[in-house]
Design a protein around this ligand. Structure first.
Ligand SMILES: [Zn+2]
Length: 372
């Protein structure tokens, strides 16, 4: 992976690059970011940069022998430790899962722990970085780097380290082996041992902005403007979720929402009942996504009424609606509206009849939309 493949994050990239150029590479660094953030991709791009034989000012070269191996995740000096599970065929050691890990990362580096566990067929087992892994970890770093300047050990989700493995890691961080760089990539740093935390340099990775998410789904999934904007709103900076939504979303949520709100406001019951059939046709995942989307629009409209500056990014196609509806959705009814939508989401999740849920929700919303 190279820095150029990651959207945005110019400041973080430059910080990482400068640390190498100024020869101030900390031997243990903790990349903190939520699910679907750039924490893992940035750590991978950084590892590639560390061992690139022809480092450029803003990125690795992408062409030297080291970069080529790094990009295929087969560099002999790049080691991966990640949560895995015991299966009848395999002991829970990262190295037993390397082929799957490469395929998983090369398909989409923004995926979550849950995606990974499903990918390796863990079924309902919880993954962790096993006790046995600690032996491997100690052996690993006692080896000299084969061919590169730095040996890199990337630990994905160190919050899932078994206590014995955590202690082995701690020992390594206390007495760092020469030319070895530990890159820890975490979602929940508060679950890490304080002693590990205190020995790492933090790299805070912010979530993606709506504009970055839009760019991502347009370039990766060919989403049009309207769909990209709706996905960005729902994904809240999580690119994994954005990708998933892009594939699930089969209709224009915004159009559907606007049409629906107008019906509710004018209380056209016969048309609402007809519309409930369209809602049913969406299918359960889309119904839930749509309600989630409706919730976010309702909140946004209310905030806009308080102060347009509070809203931040509004997709251009939605600007008029948000402005006009901010006279109807306000502090007095926003809580009631949100509660109703939330409740409908809850019923859909529990397999209630979607048509009934939709009609019932519409009647409630109609009532609350009339409030002054
Ligand atoms: Zn290179």
């Amino acid at each position: 992976m190279q820095f150029i493949q990651i959207i945005g994050h110019a400041e973080t990239k430059q910080l990482l690059i400068n640390s190498v150029r100024n020869k101030h590479v900390a031997h243990a660094q903790l990349f903190i970011g939520g699910e679907g953030s750039a924490n893992l991709p940035l750590a991978l791009a950084y590892a590639t940069y560390l061992d690139c034989e022809n480092k450029q000012e803003h990125d690795s070269c992408g062409q030297c022998a080291s970069c080529v191996k790094m990009n295929k995740l087969v560099h002999p000096d790049m080691h991966f430790i990640m949560p895995v599970v015991n299966t009848p065929k395999k002991e829970a050691l990262s190295q037993n899962y390397l082929p799957e890990w490469r395929e998983f990362l090369l398909t989409d580096p923004y995926q979550s722990l849950n995606d990974w566990l499903q990918f390796i067929g863990a079924e309902n087992k919880q993954g962790n970085i096993s006790k046995e892994e600690s032996r491997g970890l100690l052996r690993l770093v006692s080896l000299k780097a084969f061919e590169a300047e730095f040996k890199v050990v990337l630990i994905w989700l160190p919050e899932l380290l078994h206590a014995a493995a955590a202690n082995a890691l701690l020992k390594l961080l206390e007495e760092p082996p020469p030319q070895t760089i530990f890159l820890l990539v975490a979602n929940s740093p508060e679950k890490l041992l304080a002693t590990i935390l205190s020995r790492t340099q933090l790299v805070n990775v912010r979530t993606f902005t709506p504009e970055e998410t839009i760019h991502y789904v347009q370039t990766q999934f060919g989403a049009d403007d309207a769909k990209a904007a709706q996905v960005a709103q729902l994904a809240e900076g999580n690119l994994r979720m954005a990708g998933q939504l892009c594939q699930e979303m089969t209709s224009d949520y915004f159009e559907f929402f606007v049409g629906w709100m107008r019906l509710c406001f004018t209380e056209k019951l016969a048309t609402i009942i007809k519309m409930s059939e369209d809602f049913q046709k969406l299918g359960r995942e889309n119904q839930k996504n749509f309600l989630h989307y409706a919730l976010s629009v309702v909140r946004r409209v209310m905030l806009y009424g308080v102060d347009p500056a509070l809203v931040g990014f509004v997709p251009p196609a939605e600007a008029d609606f948000v402005k006009n509806f901010s006279k109807v959705i306000h502090a007095n009814n926003v809580g009631l509206l949100s509660n109703q939508i939330n409740q409908a989401h809850y019923y859909i999740e529990r397999n209630a009849n979607p048509k009934m849920v939709f009609v019932d929700l519409s009647l409630q919303l109609a009532k609350f939309l009339k409030m002054k």
